[in-house]
Design a protein around this ligand. Structure first.
Ligand SMILES: O=C(O)CCC(=O)C(=O)O
Ligand SMILES: [Fe+2]
Length: 367
C-alpha cells in the first residue's frame, strides 16, 4: 500500500505576532507544496462549509437541461460535463476501442478519456449576484450563500498570501497580497469550483471504467497562486506525486491529530503562479484523484477555490533574499524545475495557456 503523504498541519487561528506561523507556512510550502490549515471554524465557519456542500449537491442534482444551459465558456465560468475536461491530456488513455475508432474516423472528438467528474465554476459575484447563468434550481438565497462562501475563501487566501510574503521576507511584504487585490478594471481568474465525481456504477456505459487505468481527475498542478480544497470525511481519492516523479501518496481528509476538530482541515496547495514568482522555491505539486477502493460506490464531492492575482500581474521572480539565494544555488535549474527558467508571463497569459490544454473541445474552433 502506498505510504500516506506526510503533510504538515498548521494552525493560523492565533492572535498576535504571526512571524513564526508565517515561517512554518513557508517551510511547508517549500518542502511539500501541500499544507493542512487547521480549521477551527475561525476563518471559515464549519457551517459555511457544510452549507456549500449542500448547495453543491443541489446543483449537481439539477436537471441536465438546466446544467447544460450553463455550459462552461471561454471565461472559465459554468458547468463542465463528464469528461469535458482532461487535466492530463498526455497520459489519460483512450477509454474504449470503439470510441477510438469513432474518434479517428470523425476526427472531431477528443481522443482521450476525460476526467470522470462534473464541475461547476463560479466567477465573481456582485452584490450577492453571480455574473453568469446559474441553474434555476438554485434560489436567490442559495446564490447569495454561494457568493458569501466565495468571499470567505477569498479572505482566507488573502490572509495566507500575507503570511507567505512575511515568511519569505518579500520586499515589500505585501507584494503578493497587493497583486491579488481586484477591482472592475483589475479582474482576476479566481474561481470557486464545485466538483462531483459520480460513483463507478452510475457512469454511462460509454464511459465504462477501468479502475486501474482511469482517473477521476488526471494528474495536474493547479493554475492559480494557491488553492483551498474542502473535502468530506470518508471521501478519499486525492493523491500527490512525490519528488521522485513516480510515487503517489494518498492525502487523508482527516490527518492524525485533527480527529476531534469541528471540521476536517482545509487543504491548501501552492499553484503554478507562486512557483513562478519564487523561481520554483515554493512547490506547485502534481496531484490527481483516483478511484480509491470500496467507497467508490458512493458519489464524491469536493470544493476547490482557485485563487488568482489580477490578470495583468507579471510572474517575474519577487524581491526576496530567500528566493535570490535559492536561484543562485542553481539547484532548481539543474533539476529541470519548470518554474526556474522561462519568459515572464502575465497571470492571464498563463491561465489561457492552461485552459487551452485542458478543454480540447471548447478551444478546438480557436486553435
Ligand atoms: O477533488 C479533489 O480532491 C481535487 C480536485 C483538484 O485537484 C482540482 O480540481 O484541481
Ligand atoms: Fe487540483
Amino acid at each position: 500500500m502506498a505510504k500516506i503523504a506526510s503533510i504538515p498541519v498548521i494552525d493560523i487561528s492565533g492572535e498576535g505576532d504571526q512571524t513564526q506561523v508565517a515561517k512554518d507556512l513557508v517551510e511547508a510550502a517549500i518542502e511539500h507544496g501541500f499544507i493542512y490549515i487547521k480549521n477551527l471554524g475561525k476563518d471559515i465557519p464549519v457551517e459555511a462549509i457544510e452549507g456549500a456542500f449542500e448547495m453543491s449537491k443541489k446543483l449537481f442534482n439539477a436537471p441536465l437541461s438546466e446544467k447544460r444551459a450553463c455550459t462552461i465558456r471561454h471565461n472559465n465560468r459554468g458547468w463542465s460535463a463528464m469528461q469535458y475536461e482532461t487535466l492530463d491530456p498526455g497520459n489519460q488513455r483512450v477509454s474504449h476501442p470503439l470510441l477510438l475508432l469513432i474518434t479517428v474516423v470523425s476526427l472531431t472528438d477528443n481522443p482521450q478519456t476525460g476526467d470522470l467528474k462534473e464541475a461547476f465554476n463560479f466567477g465573481p459575484f456582485i452584490n450577492s449576484k453571480a455574473q453568469q447563468p446559474l441553474p434555476p434550481t438554485l434560489t436567490g438565497e442559495d446564490e447569495a450563500a454561494i457568493g458569501a462562501f466565495r468571499d470567505l475563501c477569498e479572505k482566507l487566501c488573502l490572509k495566507l498570501t500575507t503570511l507567505l510574503g512575511l515568511g519569505l521576507e518579500v520586499d515589500p511584504p505585501d507584494f503578493f497580497t497587493s497583486a491579488h487585490l481586484t477591482s472592475p478594471d483589475r479582474p482576476s481568474g479566481t474561481i470557486l469550483r464545485f466538483l462531483y465525481y459520480p460513483p463507478h456504477e452510475q457512469l454511462p456505459a460509454r464511459e465504462a471504467v477501468d479502475r486501474a487505468a482511469d482517473v477521476r481527475a488526471g494528474a495536474h498542478s493547479d493554475y492559480g497562486s494557491m488553492t483551498l480544497l474542502f473535502r468530506l470525511r470518508g471521501q478519499a481519492g486525492l493523491e500527490i506525486l512525490g519528488r521522485d516523479g513516480k510515487s503517489w501518496s494518498p492525502v487523508p481528509v482527516v490527518p492524525p491529530g485533527t480527529e476531534e476538530d469541528p471540521g476536517p482541515p482545509v487543504l491548501l496547495n501552492i499553484g503554478d503562479l507562486l512557483a513562478y514568482w519564487t523561481g520554483g522555491l515554493l512547490r506547485s505539486t502534481v496531484h490527481r484523484v483516483v478511484f480509491a477502493g470500496g467507497r467508490d460506490t458512493e458519489p464524491r464531492y469536493s470544493i476547490a477555490f482557485f485563487f488568482h492575482p489580477w490578470g495583468g500581474a507579471e510572474l517575474g521572480v519577487v524581491p526576496s533574499q530567500r528566493v535570490r539565494e535559492f536561484a543562485e544555488r542553481g539547484d532548481a535549474k539543474a533539476e529541470g524545475n519548470p518554474y526556474a527558467e522561462r519568459k515572464v508571463l502575465t497571470a492571464d497569459e498563463h491561465l489561457q495557456m492552461r485552459l487551452r490544454a485542458s478543454y480540447a473541445q471548447l478551444y478546438k474552433d480557436k486553435a
